[in-house]
Design a protein around this ligand. Structure first.
Ligand code: NDP
Length: 328
């Protein structure tokens, strides 16, 4: 029997999860829940149904894992703890500074209901976090670097779109070339947040909006923009559509470290991603962790987890014997 999946929120990630399920035959999409009128949300899977979020509770015995695809800025802090009361849940919460409090809220709700909630799944946080952990555990005497972009950050675009007077927006994260080069040359430079990346925003403002206020609200936003040099461009809706409709991203995690009695040998570990579609890749990670959530909960595990708590074998559709045969 396949693992029955529900999607909550049908935006970029919601659509990406639907596509990822198509490529994972052991998973089946049962339902999509939306806060909008269900008849206005058109999905691709003929065998699945779109419901209002208010109908979610009625479906709690028909879904094994609910993949929550709301935005990190305001949706997920509410949605994930709320739905962990009814379902095993996965989310992609990416407000790094707030992960501990989000974890605690999901943990309390999931433990009480006997479900599991894997939070902050994706590539960063997610696969990047995991690779940082592996590299740190192995090269204990070393230094970490993470660079992002050039690419569109979903979380940051979402945060800009929620500012008063903003109609639509795209935000690019851009690595500072000189910093990147120094790291790759093994110079182990000390870099501040500001020295590593810049941020560039393309904003479509509502008619009559106060542009100076919007620019100030963006540049001073804590956690998202206040620690970076940010450029804000106001453009038309047509320009945004014509020049900024893709959602590419990527980046790399590097750790360089020394071994040997006198630190005589240097090692560099690098994990890099080049993504045509950030949401489709993130959704592919979410789906693999949904499989893990189902299995871990079946074994009796409950409460909040992160990618650090999930053993790799739980992610694969193959069983242990098959994995040992082909991947070892
Ligand atoms: P979207 O803005 O596309 O979707 C967010 C929510 O908005 C949806 O769940 C949907 O809810 C609602 N929505 C979507 N389209 C419409 C519409 N046309 N009209 C009205 N409402 C709409 O966000 P993304 O899916 O791109 O990203 C979600 C979050 O994922 C981001 O905030 C980011 O933080 C996180 N993320 C994390 C990554 C990681 O590596 N950890 C990587 C990428 C993203 P509803 O159907 O209920 O209306």
């Amino acid at each position: 029997m396949s693992i029955r999946i529900g999607i909550l929120g049908y935006g970029n990630l919601g659509r990406g999860v639907e596509c990822a399920i198509k490529h994972n035959p052991d998973l089946e999409l049962v339902a999509v829940f939306t806060r909008r009128a269900p008849e206005t949300v058109k999905i691709l899977t003929e065998t699945a149904t779109v419901y209002s979020v208010s109908d979610a509770e009625k479906m709690k015995d028909k879904i094994d894992v609910l993949i929550i695809c709301g935005g990190s800025a305001t949706d997920l802090p509410k949605q994930t703890p709320e739905y962990a009361k009814m379902f095993n849940v996965i989310d992609s919460f990416d407000t790094h500074a707030r992960i501990p409090e989000h974890f605690d809220a999901v943990d309390a709700a999931a433990k009480e209901s006997g479900h599991i909630g894997i939070i902050s799944v994706g590539w960063d946080p997610g696969m990047f976090s995991l690779n940082r952990l592996y590299a740190n555990a192995i090269l204990t005497n070393g230094k970490d670097y993470t660079f992002w972009g050039k690419g569109v950050s979903q979380g940051h675009s979402d945060a800009v779109r929620r500012i008063k007077g903003v109609k639509d927006a795209k935000q690019y994260t851009i690595p500072v070339e000189a910093a990147l080069e120094a790291v790759r040359n093994g110079e182990n430079p000390e870099l501040t947040t500001r020295q590593k990346h810049t941020r560039e925003c393309f904003v479509v403002a509502e008619e009559g909006a106060d542009l100076a206020q919007i620019e100030n609200d963006i540049k001073t936003m804590p956690n998202y923009f206040s620690d970076y040099d940010t450029t804000v461009h106001f453009i038309s809706e047509e320009e945004l559509k014509r020049d900024h409709s893709g959602i590419p991203h990527g980046g790399f995690v590097i750790r360089s470290g020394k071994t040997g009695w006198n630190n005589e040998n240097n090692h560099v570990i690098e994990y890099s991603l080049k993504l045509d579609s950030n949401p489709e890749f993130t959704s592919s990670v979410l789906v693999a962790y949904a499989r893990a959530a189902y299995r871990m909960n079946k074994e009796g595990q409950t409460g909040a987890k992160t990618v650090f708590d999930v053993a790799p074998a739980y992610l694969s559709s193959a069983d242990g014997a098959e994995l040992r045969k082909h991947l070892l």
